[in-house]
Design a protein around this ligand. Structure first.
Ligand SMILES: Cc1cc2nc3c(=O)[nH]c(=O)nc-3n(C[C@H](O)[C@H](O)[C@H](O)COP(=O)(O)OP(=O)(O)OC[C@H]3O[C@@H](n4cnc5c(N)ncnc54)[C@H](O)[C@@H]3O)c2cc1C
Length: 313
């Protein structure tokens, strides 16, 4: 028999959005729990350091997330790491999250489950992740001063990130599998005017090589089948992001890529369900924007709870 636990706010995901929501909700004096399918801390716990979180000119990702967690602890947030979620029902007035041993019941849910960069799926990609393979130019671009890097992709994000990388790198290759870019005309025009960019169309990446860090990428010419090598210090795949929404698909309005649609209050299409951070349809996926979303979501969840009169939890 599963235990039943009752909360005012349940936050799914313990990255910057989740912990920030937890701090604001618990401080708003509502019974708050945070659940994660993994260890706490979200994406920043997995990378070395950040240089752009205000107040810290340089801080380890793990260290920053420990601070978020300690802060949430101070306000008595109940924590459930490594949960195995079996089902999530968001549409009833009392929302339910069922795990292997517990049925969590709650008045509101804040979804802060993040997103993952789509992988190229080629040899060397996993091996050199964090050692030359990066999925975030804004985060890691400054480490490539005067180096040569390669961006893979042909949409707005790929071209914009490639242009951003030219602030640091001496040369940026843009490799795209089609013979024209998918990016908006204005973005393409700006990219074409950038002398540091070199475009390699109708090619796809096949392998990444190096010793300690990335040294070269092998490309395949999709018209002739021939392979060629590019000497590069970094590879930035920009072939899109996918939101972590497996548990909620179909219950909420999502855009074509699956990101959750919210209004400015982080309210989703379902009453009492909010979304924050990388999982939602947002123009910037960074720690500061995720944390800000979490704060907005939590404040509005608390307001929503105050309007409820007869919810039976
Ligand atoms: C390599 C790399 C470097 C980066 N560097 C920087 C940087 O320098 N500066 C910066 O500002 N940003 C950086 N970012 C971006 C930043 O990390 C993200 O924008 C931020 O972490 C998003 O926070 P989030 O809380 O929305 O999601 P996440 O941090 O992704 O956290 C989501 C959490 O939800 C959990 N989860 C997933 N599914 C479920 C589920 N069904 N139920 C419960 N929990 C679930 C996950 O386990 C995870 O812990 C970087 C990203 C990457 C990949």
């Amino acid at each position: 028999m599963k235990q039943e636990l009752f909360f005012d706010v349940i936050i799914l995901g313990s990255g910057p959005a989740g912990f920030s929501a937890a701090i604001y909700a618990a401080r708003g004096n509502v019974k708050t729990a945070i659940l994660d399918i993994s260890m706490f801390g979200g994406q920043p716990s997995n990378y070395l350091e950040l240089e752009n979180y205000p107040g810290f000119s340089l801080i380890g990702g793990f260290e920053l997330m420990e601070k978020f967690e300690e802060h949430a602890d101070k306000f008595g947030v109940e924590k459930f790491p490594m949960v195995e979620i079996q089902s999530v029902n968001l549409t009833s007035e009392v929302k339910e999250i069922e795990t292997l041993d517990t049925i969590f019941k709650t008045k509101t849910v804040i979804i802060a489950t993040g997103a993952q960069a789509k992988k190229l799926g080629i040899a060397g990609e996993e091996e050199f992740k964090g050692r030359g393979v990066s999925y975030c130019a804004i985060c890691d671009g400054a480490f490539y001063k005067d180096k040569v890097v390669c961006v893979v992709g042909g949409g707005n994000a790929a071209l914009e990130e490639a242009m951003y990388l030219t602030k640091f790198a001496q040369k940026v290759y843009v490799v795209h599998r089609r013979d024209e870019f998918r990016a908006d005309k204005i973005v393409c025009e700006r990219a074409m005017q950038n002398d540091k960019l070199e475009f390699i169309l109708s090619h796809s990446p096949v392998e990444i090589h190096g010793t300690n860090t990335v040294e070269k990428i092998i490309l395949k010419d999709l018209k002739t089948g021939e392979h060629k090598e590019l000497e590069v210090n970094g590879v930035f795949p920009y072939i899109g992001f996918s939101p972590n929404v497996d548990n909620f698909n179909g219950q909420l309005n999502q855009n074509a890529q699956g990101f959750i649609e919210t209004d400015v209050n982080m309210q989703t299409s379902v009453q009492g369900v909010f979304a924050a951070g990388d999982v939602r349809n947002t123009p910037l996926r960074q720690v500061i924007t995720a944390a800000a979303d979490g704060a907005v979501a939590a404040c509005n969840a608390v307001k929503y709870i105050e309007t409820l009169e007869t919810v039976n939890v």
